[in-house]
Design a protein around this ligand. Structure first.
Ligand code: SDX
Length: 431
């Protein structure tokens, strides 16, 4: 990041301090407080990190007011329309769009790593059949570090690269196997003659008793969903991966930590929660009741798929997802999908309501995605695993960037202590 001579003045107890300001390529500049505690003896306070930059990064930028999301400078709507997921993976990982040869080589390397160690198949047997696929994915991804010992050393660039390719290649296989295990069907091996999205659909929906032809409409929609979820700055799960790996933890274990965080309904779990909410609403006439509940401070209910820490205008991914939902359902001949009708009417009524407008709450990436995924045949329990498959490239790209940073330090936040003052132990007979 370009250093500048600008500074912020801080006055505490009559003493003035200069804090350097670092200039961003886009978005807010930052006040560099790295020496604040050493020089001034105070911490800053920002639970939830609403005003805190945890790192500098060159990968993704979001302008919440403009509804802009760009990966290495390329806007998401152009990537969703003109690119495809593995090309976006290359862009996120290596910093620019690949040449034809570079892309072919990258895709070949990913394809060569899509199978899981055969011994790992037995690990699935330890789970209950009614396990949530996210629970299985957490276990299986963490277990990768028990099998792939030759790509655990984060200080070896070659091992980091191998771990990167393995993660991107194996996540669809693990997610599909988790799904097959929960529906009691045999695992389907990946194929080298299928593209990434088609391979995933086939591993999820093919059965040994019949040939399986990938529907190109579904494959394109699947690839677009992967592209839209790939990376998103320092969101909760990405920050989890950065913090976990800052201790030197291996990449597979760090990604497993990211999966755990993504699972929460306030984060990636919202796509499952949103579709379940839309189905609970059921018909447009019940929408006012749910909007009323979402506005009620005494009711913990929130409109799932609505609101965002950064987007205070609209989530560009939601716009693309909404268009895709219309296209996919029409092409599949699923006219008048009741859930889509409820979603569109809910969005309309919420965006006409001052509560949502004043709080700048708009549909986010999770609002329409579930409608497409359900139309593809996925149960709601597979929505967040699909998010995790896509976000793996974001987690890994951010992980690579952090590990390669010569200033890497273990993440170790401090606190505002509000507990008991120092006191002596009291024997139990005297309490
Ligand atoms: C993702 O960070 C990322 O980039 C995440 C993500 C990514 O790609 O990684 O974009 C993916 O996680 C998208 C978000 C998915 N989550 C949901 O859809 C769950 C529902 N949304 C909310 O829980 C909430 O909007 C968050 C968690 C998304 C954002 O929470 P913030 O930024 O902490 O906002 P907040 O909770 O402080 O809300 C501000 C106000 C509050 O009211 P007041 O206290 O000011 O009176 O808005 C209200 C909130 O009560 N509010 C909502 C609401 N979201 C916020 N009220 C009703 N329904 C909602 N959905």
């Amino acid at each position: 990041m370009a250093e500048t001579t600008r500074s912020a003045k801080l006055t505490i107890d009559g003493k003035e301090y200069d804090l350097p300001i670092l200039t961003a390529t886009a978005g807010p500049d930052v006040i560099d407080i790295r020496k604040l505690y050493a020089d001034v003896g105070v911490f800053t306070y920002d639970p939830g990190f609403t005003s805190t930059a945890s790192c500098d990064s060159t990968i993704t930028f979001i302008d919440g007011e403009e509804g802009l999301l760009m990966h290495r400078g390329y806007p998401i709507d152009q990537l969703a329309e003109k690119s495809h997921f593995l090309e976006v993976c290359y862009l996120l990982l290596y910093g620019d769009l690949p040449s034809t040869t570079q892309l072919e080589d990258f895709e070949d390397r990913v394809t060569a790593h899509t199978m899981l160690h055969e011994q790992m198949h037995f690990l699935f047997r330890g789970f209950r059949r009614d396990s949530h696929p996210m629970a299985i994915m957490v276990g299986m991804v963490g277990a990768l570090s028990a099998f792939y010992h030759d790509s655990l050393d984060i200080n070896d660039p070659w091992q980091r690269e191998v771990a990167t390719i393995r993660m991107i290649a194996k996540m669809p296989t693990i997610a599909a196997m988790a799904y097959k295990y929960t529906v009691g069907q045999p695992f389907v091996y990946p194929r080298n003659d299928l593209d990434y999205a088609s391979n995933f659909l086939r591993m999820c929906f093919a059965v040994p008793t019949a040939d399986y032809e990938v529907n190109p409409i579904l494959s394109r929609a699947m690839d677009r969903i992967f592209t839209l979820h790939a990376d998103h700055e320092q969101n909760a799960s990405t920050s989890t991966v950065r913090l976990a790996s800052s201790s030197g933890a291996n990449p597979f274990a760090s990604i497993a930590a990211g999966i755990v965080c993504l699972w929460g309904p306030a984060h990636g779990g919202a796509n499952q929660a949103c579709l379940e909410m839309l189905k609970e609403i059921g018909t447009p006439d019940r929408i006012p009741e749910y909007i009323k509940r979402a506005k009620d401070k005494n009711d913990p209910f929130r409109l799932m798929g609505f609101g965002h820490r950064v987007y205070k205008n609209f989530d560009p991914r939601a716009k693309v997802m909404k268009q895709s939902a219309d296209e996919v359902l029409e092409l599949l001949g699923i006219e008048d999908n009741p859930t889509l009708q409820v979603a569109k009417e809910l969005e309309k009524q919420a965006l006409e309501d001052d509560y949502f407008v004043s709080k700048k709450l708009f549909p986010n990436v999770d609002f329409y995605s579930g409608i497409i995924l359900e139309a593809m045949g996925f149960p709601t329990s597979m929505f967040t695993p699909i998010f995790a498959v896509s976000r793996t490239v974001g987690w890994i790209s951010q992980w690579k960037e952090m590990i390669a940073d010569p200033q890497l330090k273990i993440g170790r936040p401090r606190q505002l202590y509000k507990g008991a003052e120092l006191r002596d132990y009291v024997d139990i007979e005297n309490r």
